[in-house]
Ligand binder design. Structure first.
Ligand code: PMP
Length: 329
């Protein structure tokens, strides 16, 4: 049964980062989930809730709008349970994720999210419209489904508490729907309020404004494209009380962080994990870790989903060289 294989992912001590930042840094490796990302957790909770509460009949179609990973998780789980999946993905979704969606039998629609998620022809708009107009469909709606936060409140948060024997002092995670960080933060702050829960978003995404209670500027440029994180609106799946602070990072710095980390450790991290590394790199003065801290970095997926976008991209290599970073091999 697929359910029993979701979660309980390893928490690995990262010796390279621990030495670099002179504190204990642990990495929550979510790519050990069966669908190879943290999104299996939310997908399972949303799908299971829909089936248990008879929101969908046997053999029906789960519908979702996704940057890729949630869609992959829903397609995998739906296939295992004898349901179908119709996934509306953003045009920027990596080729590797599209191939995985196809391999799990999902029907895929690529959509244009360049003008936001609620406008005509966006993933969210089309997914909602499709579910409204077709029988025996269920729109899991990760942005507004309380099971998204609940999945991380019930599983990821408790795992981090147990795996660190209650010693965790910081969690740093990318923010997309906000479900992961909100569920983790809610649970951990109930254990010890002082645990710091820090989010990471791309430059010009809106969570920082929201958390600082600042108005969102009308002329805000499009946010940097870092697959899986960043938003133009605040969804119901983000709980401001669970999060202390959001750090913004640039796409280029994140790309560089991914490639520099691979050179130092041989590990291939996903794009949003690279954004977390970039946040450490650019904001470590403000983070002010002490030797006794136990810092968890949340890595939602693996670099093998971004081979063409990051690691095998001549364009990325050129961009980084042009930006005068440390020379790369
Ligand atoms: N990183 C990646 C690669 C993702 O796919 C997602 C989910 N969109 C996130 C981070 C953000 O997770 P959440 O939606 O729970 O905030």
């Amino acid at each position: 049964m697929i359910h029993s294989t979701i979660g309980n992912t390893p928490l690995r001590k990262d010796d390279y980062l621990s030495a670099k930042y002179n504190t204990t840094i642990l990495v929550k490796e979510e790519f050990h989930n069966p669908g190879k990302s943290s999104k299996d957790r939310a997908a399972w909770f949303m799908v299971e809730d829909a089936i248990r509460n008879k929101k969908i009949k046997e053999g029906g179609t789960f519908v979702e709008a996704s940057s890729g990973n949630t869609g992959i998780s829903i397609a995998l789980i739906a296939q295992e349970l004898g349901y179908k999946a119709k996934i509306f993905v953003s045009a920027s979704c990596s080729d590797e994720k599209i191939a995985l969606l196809e391999s799990y039998g999902a029907s895929i629609e690529r959509c244009d999210n360049s003008n936001g998620l609620h406008v005509f022809n966006s993933t969210q708009y089309l997914a909602q419209a499709y579910a409204a107009n077709h029988d025996n469909t269920y729109f899991t709606n990760q942005y507004y489904n309380s099971n998204n936060i609940k999945a991380h409140y019930r599983t990821t948060g408790p795992e981090l508490w147990e795996q660190t024997n209650g010693a965790v002092t910081h969690v740093i995670a990318g923010v997309g729907t906000g479900g992961s960080i909100s569920g983790i933060g809610r649970f951990l702050k109930e254990q010890r309020r002082s645990i710091k829960i820090w989010g990471v978003e791309p430059l010009n995404s809106v969570y920082t404004f929201f958390l600082n209670q600042q108005p969102i500027p009308e002329d805000l440029p499009k946010f940097d494209d870092i697959e899986g994180i960043g938003r133009t609106f605040i969804p119901g799946s983000f709980d401001r009380n669970a999060v202390d602070r959001i750090f913004q990072v640039e796409r280029l710095v994140s790309l560089h962080a991914a490639i520099a980390y691979r050179e130092s450790t041989d590990e291939l991290v996903g794009f949003s994990s690279a954004a977390v590394l970039a946040a450490l790199e650019t904001h470590s003065n403000e983070m002010k870790f002490s030797e006794d801290d136990v810092v968890v970095l949340f890595f939602p997926d693996h670099g093998d989903r971004y081979l063409h976008k990051i690691y095998h991209s001549a364009e990325v290599k050129q961009l980084i060289l042009a930006a005068n970073y440390e020379p790369l091999s």
